[in-house]
Design a protein around this ligand. Structure first.
Ligand code: MG
Ligand code: ZN
Length: 364
């Protein structure tokens, strides 16, 4: 009898401990209402480091407390390309390098936009490339090859995406002169960004400001990324439920492929300014999880000391250099802020970003 008494006391104490732990756990797993996923295409750690040396103010990256590293390999190769990386982030599946929203078997995989739309979330995508380019396409399209841009354009108009901004008008005008947007009742502005006043419930809006890609920062793109992000947030916040917004700085990657230092620095500074304004909004809002990451690194970029070798090295001067004109397999940073941000610490596969977001946002 006495023995049983002891066991039951121990059990009661033990369950008390479990309950206490459960309680702490549920306090730390705060769920966000909204998610803004920001992708610097080709943005490795050296690219993130660039604003620390080529900007006057302290870069916004210093404001993040929860930081992780993501492994970027594709399903078919250790060095990923953007379609496979976007698919990993949007669907949680590793796939072959040219695949957009399909698995190794070329069959469609459900993406986060589709999953969240079913739950009543509004969704948006922004890019400084054509909106049909691999990274944004990964969030709405299902095609076996990234270069099937006309099919990808068809997928966009048929998708659940409520807001988009970028370039790529030409992919939406078919050879018979039919405008895909008109055919699907989507309101698109081709001339300039402007706030969406009194959006109709259920309406979809787009801004396409280039036949294909947008201008580079050096050509005068100005604050397109920051401004379109703020227009998107205003519009998407009008929904009854939360929203999911993907913002891509597409051209950091192109500067890396071209080994163009000034182009890369300008694109990084533009992305930094956009992250800064998104983070300011998220701090005020309190219900928005912000994730800033990359699909992969491009160019093997580094900030080495000047000089050709150890004999004439000049450590007082940074000489930005590139090791390749291709992508590299280095890990990429993941900065997170807001409810649930602590889940993004550590070193993990890029597919985990999808799984972490899904488990935070989809409760039943
Ligand atoms: Mg891209
Ligand atoms: Zn690339």
């Amino acid at each position: 009898m006495r023995r049983y008494y002891h066991i039951s006391v121990i059990l009661i104490l033990f369950s008390g401990i479990i309950l206490a732990q459960d309680h702490t756990e549920s306090n730390t797993v705060d769920r966000p209402r909204n998610v803004i996923l920001m992708i610097g295409d080709g943005m490795g750690l050296s690219q993130v480091s660039a604003p620390y040396y080529y900007m006057d103010e302290e870069p916004v990256f210093s404001q993040f407390r929860y930081i992780g590293l993501a492994k970027t390999s594709a399903g078919s190769a250790p060095v990923t390309q953007s379609p496979a990386a976007a698919t990993a982030l949007s669907t949680g599946f590793k796939t072959y390098n040219m695949a957009v929203g399909v698995g190794m078997d070329s069959l469609p995989r459900k993406n986060i936009v589709e999953l969240l739309s079913e739950k009543g979330f509004l969704t948006g995508i922004i890019a400084t490339s054509s909106i049909t380019d691999a990274t944004p396409a990964g969030f709405y399209a299902h095609q076996p090859n990234r270069y099937m841009q006309r099919e990808i354009a068809q997928d966009l108009v048929k998708s659940e995406i409520d807001f988009f901004a970028g370039g790529g008008i030409k992919y939406f005008l078919d050879t018979t002169g039919v405008n895909l947007f008109e055919a699907h009742g989507i309101e698109v502005n081709y001339s300039r960004l402007k706030k969406i006043k009194k959006p109709e419930p259920g309406s979809r809006y787009g801004f396409l400001l280039g036949a294909d890609r947008l201008q580079t920062m050096l050509e005068g793109r100005k604050d397109f990324l920051k401004k379109s992000s703020s227009i998107a947030v205003d519009f998407l916040s009008t929904g009854e439920h939360g929203y999911f917004l993907m913002i891509e700085s597409s051209q950091i990657d192109w500067a890396g492929h071209g080994n163009q230092v000034e182009y890369m620095i300008q694109e990084m500074n533009d992305f930094e300014q956009t992250v800064r304004s998104v983070l300011e909004y998220a701090k005020e809002d309190g219900e928005t999880l912000v994730i800033v990451t990359a699909d992969h690194e491009t160019g093997g970029f580094t900030l080495g000391a000047a000089g050709e070798n150890g004999y004439n090295a000049d450590y007082s001067i940074i000489q930005p250099t590139f090791a390749t004109t291709n992508h590299s397999a280095t890990l990429v940073p993941v900065f997170s802020y807001g409810p649930g941000a602590e889940n993004f610490m550590g070193v993990y596969e890029n597919t985990e970003i999808f799984h972490k977001l899904a488990s935070l946002l989809i409760t039943e």
